[in-house]
Design a protein around this ligand. Structure first.
Ligand SMILES: [Fe+2]
Ligand SMILES: [Fe+2]
Length: 174
């Protein structure tokens, strides 16, 4: 099961990363999946990660908390959207992909709990977000898009109000 292994390996916790890793992430073409609506969502997630970094540098704990909440909220919507798209397009590895999303959410929620207890987690969570999410976009997300691209292109280019894209955007994003 090459795919399963790639997904799990792609999400393995990074070993300790140097501090200079906490620099703003710039969008590079290797992050493109080739599906515009997914890329836009990923860009927004990257933007939130960079906002977190900014808040952390300003040592603004209130702002870190707010950005963290928004980031989690948006990422959950993105995951749900992505899983729905995979399901609709018949991606055979939806289950392991969903599992990776769940593990990630659990991990981020642990950080949120620590944050609400007053712990300093901004740097750690920045490492987690930038390394894991970027890795996930490059490997796991690229894998599902590659596997079912024609079906996805058809789904997301259907501009009708009752089409899959309009329904799902309305369902998962406020
Ligand atoms: Fe994604
Ligand atoms: Fe994903």
């Amino acid at each position: 099961m090459k795919h399963d292994r790639a997904i799990i390996m792609g999400f393995r916790q990074p070993t300790s990363l140097p501090l200079e890793n906490t620099v703003p992430i710039t969008w590079t073409s290797d992050l493109d999946t080739g599906i515009a609506v997914i890329d836009q969502q990923h860009m927004r997630i990257v933007d939130y990660i960079n906002q977190m970094e900014h808040a952390q540098q300003k040592q603004d704990r209130g702002l870190v908390g707010r950005v963290l909440d928004e980031l989690v909220d948006y990422t959950l919507s993105h995951f749900a959207f992505e899983e729905s798209l995979q399901e609709e397009a018949g991606y055979p590895y939806l289950k392991p992909h969903r599992k990776v999303h769940e593990l990630f959410v659990r991990r981020v929620n642990e950080y949120r709990e620590r944050f609400s207890r007053g712990e300093e987690i901004a740097e750690e969570i920045h490492t987690l977000l930038s390394a894991w999410l970027i890795n996930h976009i490059k490997r796991d997300d690229a894998d599902y898009v590659g596997a079912v691209r024609p079906r996805m292109v058809a789904l997301v280019s259907d501009q009708r109000k009752e089409g899959w894209l309009a329904r799902s955007l309305g369902r998962f994003f406020r």
